[in-house]
Design a protein. Sequence first.
Length: 129
Amino acid sequence: MRYAVLSDIHGNLEALRAVLADCAGQVDGVLCLGDLVGYGADPAACVELVAERAELLVAGNHEYGVTGQLALEWFNPLARAAAEWTAARRPAADGPPRGGDARPREPSAPRRVGVRPDGRGGVCRLHGV
């Protein structure tokens, strides 16, 4: 099996689309190792596109920061500002989306996943902080 392994997209929709187009027809699946949001202007669109394509998603520190599950004081000033911007636009946990709708509501993806794609060898996928 051949996988495209994506990570640190950080809301850059144009780059994400280019990478997915480039690997189309050359891989059997897409895996994402986190940080779909942060810095770039299109976090919601990146989350949606990866959710449509990826077989596996590991949450990154930016997803945890945006949802309040990781303290933002560990982020540099630009990353903190991006996380706050994204958090202000994501859907409320129990309500309709807010302006801009920067998903996800809460990361349902773990920080680390161990899988055996071919049944022969273990692979651990994680997003380091």
